[in-house]
Design a protein around this ligand. Structure first.
Ligand SMILES: Nc1ncnc2c1ncn2[C@@H]1O[C@H](COP(=O)(O)OP(=O)(O)OP(=O)(O)O)[C@@H](O)[C@H]1O
Length: 597
């Protein structure tokens, strides 16, 4: 019963999607399907009439003979024309539906909370959905076929049962075990394929890194080719053997079960031949009877086949609906608009990542005045980037509050909140778009002149990139789409990402390790810009290069998710604590290298 409800629900759902995606083609396809199902019966009836007419003596034949021939020709012509039109409408419908599904999935993926990127469970279900989403398309197509198959089945059943109700029941009953076996194996196969999703993702991953530039150097240097190939082959063998086992079982059972209706058909034909020999039936009856029998068994098989395909699709649609139930936790809770300038306060903030037990940040208390520049310093994993993610509401705090201009961060509309921030992330990216788009993408509502984009590139120390760009601002970044695309060094890529962050109109700038790939001159310029060009903006940056850190108004030193020191550079040096120890550690190295000591 639960399955039947789910079955109907899946059909309704897919038809609903078809309707939204391709209304006209959907109606047309259903109509063609119904007409196509009825045409074979007209052919059978006309053939019977034709044979019966031919059996009469020449004199008894009348003008009906010609009419039947014309009608038969008409039916054949209609079938041929409809099949071609159907090919076209079906392809159009499939394209529209596929596009609709792709756009919907992209929309969902682009808006999901950051936490889902770290959830293998979510990634598995996403993989299964992307693999099986065509079910939405095929279920619609199968439903049309299913409707046609039922029309054909009911008509042939009614006509056949007029000849022999007993045989009609026997033929129908002998097919029932096939239905049960098919349903069992369709479910088994799908459940098996769901279990295989992590293996499929591992194979996808290996295939992906094999062609990915980022991994190419490691793969060649460490000779990872054989290792990757073997890893892939091992996973594939496990996958293949599992599938073979399930399919083997299905084949053995269904071959055996399919014999039953065949025996019944042979028995019916023998009994029919006997009736003709004893003169109880005509040759025309024989044609009608065998035609109807073929239609009946064909109709039964088509109903089972399409029914099972819909059942398989239903299981896939269930997964899609489970995927649709993944909802964001980071939601607009208030409707306030954040306007600059912006001050920040962390009030007793503690945080652990979703579905983990370890507190990454513990009882953080600090403030940043509007326009102030502070630097977060600390060992690897101390929690600096996590603070940035909380500020941008990529995650919500577990305990405590983050206040912006004295108001809880959750009171602001997310869009309005993020609008006030521009961030250069530690894992900065470049897009395989034009140089102009790589800069201006951070603030698409702004319209500025080419010269202003050039100025931004200058501020980011990226003028030389533009000077060597063959198509100026229109040059593609990376060679992914264009032979003339710019292949940039690590530092150059970081400068493009920096220009993007600078382009955005905002009140707070956040730079997470902004100088990681920059040369000393570019680093110097950037830190100078922070205190001069952006003097009115609140700034938070993190850096492991302590030589640049002293430019900040205040330094917050973190260790293990706790603030252990905070103050100006001078205050922390006088404190002679951890900051001072690390500062000396780095400074001493510079002295040794420069030969000062
Ligand atoms: N998505 C995540 N899920 C679970 N734990 C995470 C996640 N991201 C980071 N962590 C953990 O949080 C801790 C703090 O990471 P974070 O990136 O904030 O450190 P950091 O101070 O910026 O380090 P670094 O100086 O190396 O950049 C680390 O132990 C890290 O393993």
């Amino acid at each position: 019963m639960k399955d039947t409800t789910g079955f109907v629900h899946a059909i309704k759902y897919s038809l609903h999607i078809c309707w939204i995606a391709a209304k006209g083609y959907t109606i047309f396809n259903v109509m063609i399907q119904i007409v196509n199902a009825l045409l074979p019966f007209i052919t059978i009836l006309l053939t019977k009439k034709l044979i019966d007419t031919l059996s009469l003596s020449f004199e008894s034949q009348n003008s009906n003979f010609l009419l039947i021939l014309i009608l038969l020709g008409g039916v054949n012509l209609t079938t041929a024309i409809l099949s071609k039109i159907h090919e076209y409408t079906q392809t159009m419908q499939e394209n529209l539906l596929q596009n609709y599904i792709n756009v919907e999935l992209m929309h969902k993926k682009l808006g999901m909370d950051m936490e889902y990127f770290d959830s293998p469970k979510y990634q598995n279900i996403l993989h299964a959905v992307e693999r099986d989403v065509y079910a939405l398309n095929s279920v619609a197509w199968n439903v049309f076929q299913f409707i046609g198959a039922w029309v054909a089945l009911v008509s042939s059943w009614v006509l056949f049962s007029k000849e022999s109700i007993l045989f009609a029941i026997v033929v129908t009953v002998t097919i029932l075990p096939t239905v049960i076996a098919n349903q069992k194996y369709t479910r088994l196969l799908y459940m098996w394929s769901l279990e295989q999703t992590p293996k499929e993702r591992q194979m996808d991953y290996i295939r992906w890194i094999s062609g990915e530039k980022t991994f190419s150097s490691d793969i060649r240097l460490f000779h990872l080719k054989d290792l990757l190939m073997n890893k892939y082959k091992t996973i594939w063998s496990l996958h293949f053997n599992g599938k073979r086992k399930v399919l083997k079982g299905k084949t053995v059972i269904t071959v055996f079960l399919n014999l039953l209706p065949e025996f019944v058909s042979v028995f019916i034909l023998v009994s029919l031949s006997r009736d003709i020999l004893s003169g109880l039936r005509t040759i025309g009856d024989y044609t009608l009877y065998t035609g109807l029998l073929t239609q009946l068994t064909g109709g039964l098989y088509l109903v089972i086949q399409t029914g099972m395909s819909i059942y398989g699709d239903k299981l896939k649609i269930d997964t899609l609906q489970r995927f649709n139930q993944y909802h964001n936790r980071i939601l607009d809770k208030g409707d306030k608009d954040l306007v600059g300038p912006v001050s920040i306060e962390f009030r007793d903030v503690s945080f652990k990542y979703p579905d983990t037990d370890v507190y990454i940040l513990q009882h953080l208390n600090f403030t940043v005045q509007a326009g102030e520049k502070i630097c977060l310093v600390g060992t690897n994993g101390a929690g600096k980037s996590t603070i940035i993610k909380l500020l941008l509401r990529f995650y919500d705090v577990t305990e405590g509050y983050i206040l912006l201009n004295g108001v809880d961060v959750q009171e602001y509309k997310i869009e309005s909140l993020r609008k006030q921030f521009s961030t250069l992330f530690q894992q900065y990216v470049n897009y395989s778009f034009s140089l102009r788009e790589n800069v201006t993408i951070s603030d698409s509502q702004k319209t500025i002149s080419d010269q202003e984009v050039v100025n931004i590139l200058h501020q980011a120390g990226a003028d030389h990139i533009l000077q060597h760009a063959p198509d100026g601002l229109e040059s593609y970044v990376t060679k992914f789409f264009s032979e003339k695309g710019l292949e940039l060094s690590g530092g150059q890529r970081q400068k493009i990402a920096l220009a993007r962050a600078l382009y955005r109109s905002c009140s707070v700038i956040i730079f997470d390790e902004p100088s990681a790939s920059l040369d000393p001159e570019a680093e110097h310029t950037m830190f100078q810009n922070i205190s001069t060009l952006w003097s009115d903006k609140t700034a938070i940056y993190t850096s492991h290069r302590l030589s640049a850190v002293h430019l900040a108004d205040r330094i917050i030193f973190l260790e293990g998710g706790r603030i252990i020191e905070q103050g100006t550079h001078k205050e922390l040096m006088n404190l002679n604590g951890e900051y001072s120890r690390l500062y000396h550690l780095q400074a001493d190295k510079y002295d040794i290298k420069s030969g000062v000591i």
